[in-house]
Design a protein around this ligand. Structure first.
Ligand SMILES: Cc1cc2nc3c(=O)[nH]c(=O)nc-3n(C[C@H](O)[C@H](O)[C@H](O)COP(=O)(O)OP(=O)(O)OC[C@H]3O[C@@H](n4cnc5c(N)ncnc54)[C@H](O)[C@@H]3O)c2cc1C
Length: 712
């Protein structure tokens, strides 16, 4: 077994990570992994303001990826589906289980929807689908001439009141109904609801309006811990599903397990589920996790009997708040809101990078940006006599098989790089997809692969976990293509003890082999009149460079990783299908990797009689990439790649960038985009006009026409 797994990116875990980011000496010396279904965690104190539209999502979202990086903790973005107590494994959706030696659960709660979920009513928890539902409602209302359709909130607790008041702020004229049990709410809150023109309906009355059965709405009907916790065999409260813990926050009867926040309750000191307690549990939890990993005795924690809570509300369009302690409610008053806002801003500021957290600044980039620049590579190839063999050395090459063997031609390629992400499974997958792309760019299906995996010096069980996760990630990329991982080797690094997270010290190199289509696509067979099509946006190099500085927005990294983790073998299959009808459909192809679009396009331009005209505004970039480039962020490989700019201003110009004013900020950003090194980058194909139209006209076509081939 290996390491500590933190399940769920709740408030307690976010603060535990912050402690290890600020004080690395306190972090246990083990492989530590945080598993969360999203790469950000929403801060509960600012939820009403988020729903009201006073805060933007990024203001209330803790960037778990960045925090984990700073804390030396690996981040796995995945849905947890269960727990195998016997084998000490956390089960995950669509990927192998994670083994643990110690496990800590901070998973929050879900809305109680008993007896059965009501159609049209969306539970407020988990939050992400509820927020998506509200965004969808905004869209629906935008399409209507007037926003007059009824919306309901069901629930009798404070969360229901906060939510419906926030919705009044969001939708000033929309009819709103709160369905609740009046005896559960204080008169002062009922008054505030009435003043906000919110209709109040008593759910205990039998004659509920028929229309409400089809009215959309949110369920704020109390919370309970996720059901799978109890079904995994954990000791849970029969009503709330919360896990029973000791005062050490250890799960009762399970000394390798800890739990905190809404999903847990301390037997000796039960407290209602609330963000306040999840926050306060962080310090004792961190101390005891550190002690447990190091075999030291644990300490007891007794939470205060009561904590003051500030409830956000809105009165005539102005934010206001109540102060609640036990059963005493004071307010509402705008000054209480200002106090609340200041406390919330201070909390979020703790997760902004500063001083000692900002250590990664001038670090060299990883992934494909860790490649050697073209200059030293070319001179080394020449010195080694490889450039003199009469052919251009290619990323993927046909094996020089003896004809007498009578075997089909075999195309082979090899690729690899230092881990780009701290999740070993994802890293294995990305490396495999990246390596396969060399073959896809030749029109070849991948048949087999061999891997060399270099692991950090550490205890055997951790090496075993890292290797198993990496190999599973590689297989997740190969299996859907019908390709097999047929062998390989493992190595242990000899460059000292790696920095945490240890998963980032894993290095994968993959040799892939395949059988090319008879119409093998070379890089350089461009034809006059061809159109250049790119299969996906550019910008992974700069995004990950900015991420090391904490400057890449989490949603931009999420969508980049989603793109990178999507296999392009499907595009190859579509192109091969197209070739059955149009045998000469693809004239030339390559994949865009370390040298950037310009560098790889340069390799295609071997015919001096041809030139390529790139249509600047059409070159697609991933979200936020142009902004980051404009701000001056760049991959550490970009300066070397910039030598490809000479292709653009060469006297015998064979590459032109059209459609964009030179000298402007956007022009400069675009030039940088052209030399940005790509990991799992796009395929670039050169096809005639007819095929280009056919490919780009398909619904949801990934292909973008970025330029054309002309005679010089
Ligand atoms: C409208 C509303 C307003 C509120 N306002 C306040 C307030 O003002 N103050 C306050 O103290 N409390 C407030 N609360 C309550 C507060 O949201 C919770 O008590 C608090 O978030 C609990 O924190 P936690 O750390 O236990 O878990 P959470 O903050 O819920 O975090 C749990 C994390 O685990 C992740 N997770 C869960 N299940 C899985 C899974 N299966 N796989 C992977 N990841 C998973 C989630 O994505 C989430 O990131 C409010 C609640 C609501 C609904």
């Amino acid at each position: 077994m290996s390491g500590l797994v933190l399940a769920g990116g709740g408030h307690s875990h976010a603060l535990v990570l912050r402690r290890w980011a600020m004080q690395p000496s306190k972090r246990p010396n083990a492989l530590i992994t945080l598993v969360s279904r999203t790469s950000t965690a929403l801060y509960s104190g600012m939820l009403p303001g988020l729903i009201a539209g006073i805060y933007q999502r990024d203001q209330v979202a803790i960037d778990l990826r960045d925090l984990a990086d700073q804390a030396g903790v690996a981040l796995v973005v995945a849905e947890i589906t269960g727990l195998d107590l016997e084998n000490q494994q956390l089960q995950l959706a669509q990927r192998p289980a994670l083994p643990y030696e110690h496990l800590c659960l901070n998973l929050g709660a879900v809305t109680s929807t008993s007896p059965v979920p009501t159609p049209g009513l969306v539970p407020i928890k988990p939050l992400e689908p509820a927020l998506a539902f509200l965004a969808n409602q905004d869209e629906q209302m935008g399409k209507q001439a007037c926003a007059s359709s009824l919306f309901q909130v069901v629930g009798s607790g404070l969360a229901a009141v906060e939510t419906v008041l926030a919705l009044r702020q969001r939708w000033p004229r929309r009819p709103l109904v709160l369905r609740f049990r009046p005896r559960h709410l204080k008169p002062v809150l009922i008054k505030a609801l009435r003043e906000a023109s919110i209709q109040i309906l008593d759910t205990s009355e039998l004659n509920q309006p028929e229309a409400l059965k089809t009215t959309p709405g949110l369920l704020c009907t109390g919370s309970r811990a996720p059901h799978w916790l109890a079904s995994s065999g954990l000791p849970c409260c029969p009503n709330s599903g919360r896990i029973h813990t000791e005062t050490s926050l250890q799960v009762t009867g399970q000394h390798q397990l800890f739990a905190a926040g809404d999903c847990a309750v301390i037997n000796a000191h039960p407290r209602a589920p609330s963000g306040v307690w999840a926050v306060r549990a962080a310090k004792p939890l961190a101390r005891n996790l550190e002690a447990a990993c190091e075999g030291r005795p644990l300490r007891s924690w007794r939470p205060q009997r009561q904590a003051m809570q500030l409830l956000g509300g809105f009165n005539k369009g102005q934010p206001t708040a109540w102060a609640l302690r036990g059963s005493r409610l004071v307010g509402s008053h705008p000054l209480l809101w200002r106090w609340k806002a200041a406390i919330d801003a201070r909390f979020m500021a703790m997760f902004q990078r500063s001083g000692s957290m900002d250590s990664a600044k001038a670090m060299p980039c990883r992934g494909c940006a860790a490649k050697l620049p073209a200059g030293p590579l070319e001179s080394a190839l020449e010195e080694a006599g490889i450039a003199e063999l009469g052919t251009h050395p290619e990323d993927a090459a046909l094996l020089p098989l003896k004809k007498t063997l009578g075997t089909a031609p075999v195309l082979q390629s090899v690729d690899g790089f230092p881990a780009l992400v701290s999740d070993p499974w994802l890293n294995g997958r990305l490396t495999a997809l990246h390596a396969c792309s060399d073959l896809w760019a030749c029109g070849a299906r991948v048949l087999a692969a061999q891997a060399v995996v270099t692991l950090p010096q550490t205890i055997e069980s951790t090496q075993g976990t890292l290797l198993a996760q990496t190999l599973a990630g590689i297989r997740s990329a190969l299996d859907p293509q019908g390709a097999q991982l047929i062998g390989g080797h493992t190595l242990e690094a000899r460059d000292g003890i790696a920095q945490p997270p240890l998963s980032k010290a894993v290095q994968v190199t993959l040799s892939v082999s395949g059988e090319p289509d008879p119409t093998f696509w070379s890089k350089a067979e461009l034809q006059p009149g061809d159109r250049l099509l790119l299969s996906r946006p550019l910008g992974t190099g700069v995004l990950f460079a900015a991420a090391m500085d904490g400057a890449a927005p989490a949603p931009a990294l999420d969508s980049a990783l989603e793109q990178m983790g999507t296999s392009q073998h499907v595009l190859l299959e579509e192109l091969l299908d197209l070739q059955t009808e149009h045998p000469d459909a693809v004239h030339a192809a390559t994949d865009i990797t370390g040298f950037g679009l310009l560098g790889h396009l340069g390799e295609m331009l071997r015919n001096p009689g041809l030139k390529v005209v790139l249509n600047g505004p059409e070159i697609p970039a991933l979200a936020e990439v142009l902004t980051l480039l404009e701000k001056g962020y760049a991959s550490s490989l970009a300066p070397a790649n910039r030598r490809a700019w000479t292709l653009l201003d060469n006297g015998s110009v064979n590459l032109q960038l059209a459609g964009i004013d030179s000298g402007g900020k956007l022009h400069q950003a675009l030039l940088e985009l052209l030399v940005d090194p790509q990991t799992c980058g796009p395929l670039l194909i050169s096809v005639d006009d007819h095929i280009a139209k056919k490919l780009t006209a398909e619904p949801n076509s990934p292909w973008t026409e970025i330029g054309s081939v002309q005679t010089h």
